[in-house]
Design a protein around this ligand. Structure first.
Ligand SMILES: CC(C)(COP(=O)(O)OP(=O)(O)OC[C@H]1O[C@@H](n2cnc3c(N)ncnc32)[C@H](O)[C@@H]1OP(=O)(O)O)[C@@H](O)C(=O)NCCC(=O)NCCS
Length: 174
């Protein structure tokens, strides 16, 4: 089946005003337990607002949104680990909201957040975790240069079903 043309999306830093849309989008994606770890009831507007504000000054990372026709249709964040010995490493996460996947928005957001990491003076390494079964996400990350670093066996438990999580990483210094 042919894919639709890329959506003319704008990527910009999130503000606190985007929190409700980001949380709503994540909750909808979480209804289908195949991509993100949190369950819908675990995604709270206030927690998303706090997260956006914590990353707003750029020191710890970045929180970006994808905007299409004035609406937030995806979000991604980059966050350095707190301990000094791991502060050169940042964790990434990416969500494209339901109805907007498969239109190039995930790639645009992911490349933008990786660019942010490359421009950050203290970030040397990016890490993420992705379900072994999430072929779309793994293909996207690999195409940007991420490599598998290991497998967390049966880390995800959905009812009686266990799934493996794959750790992927990219060095961005130099
Ligand atoms: C995974 C996700 C972030 C990808 O974003 P997206 O906007 O759907 O993906 P894009 O349209 O940008 O495509 C990215 C790549 O995925 C693959 N892909 C996308 N749509 C596809 C489709 N319908 N069939 C097969 N592959 C597809 C392609 O490899 C594509 O690369 P390309 O740019 O070279 O064509 C998004 O689908 C999503 O949020 N899913 C639910 C939550 C999730 O899984 N998050 C990741 C957790 S680790």
């Amino acid at each position: 089946m042919s894919r639709p043309p890329p959506a003319p999306v704008v990527i910009r830093p999130a503000t606190a005003a985007d929190a409700v849309a980001c949380a709503a989008g994540a909750r909808q994606v979480a209804e289908t337990p195949r991509g993100i770890v949190s369950r819908p009831h675990e995604i709270r507007d206030n927690a998303v607002r706090d997260h956006i504000e914590a990353l707003a000054d750029g020191a710890r990372g970045a929180y970006l949104v994808a905007v299409l026709d004035g609406a937030v249709v995806g979000h991604a964040w980059l966050e350095r680990y707190g301990p000094e010995v791991t502060a050169h490493v940042a964790h990434l996460s990416l969500v494209v909201h339901e109805g907007f996947q498969g239109r190039g928005i995930g790639r645009a957001l992911f490349e933008a957040v990786v660019d942010r990491a490359r421009a950050h003076p203290a970030i040397e390494k990016l890490e993420l975790r992705v379900r072994a079964t999430n072929a779309r996400a793994r293909a996207l990350y690999a195409s940007v240069g991420f490599v598998d670093e290991g497998v967390f066996r049966r880390r995800i438990k959905l009812g009686d079903t266990y799934l493996d999580d794959v750790s992927m990483a990219l060095w961005v210094d130099g």
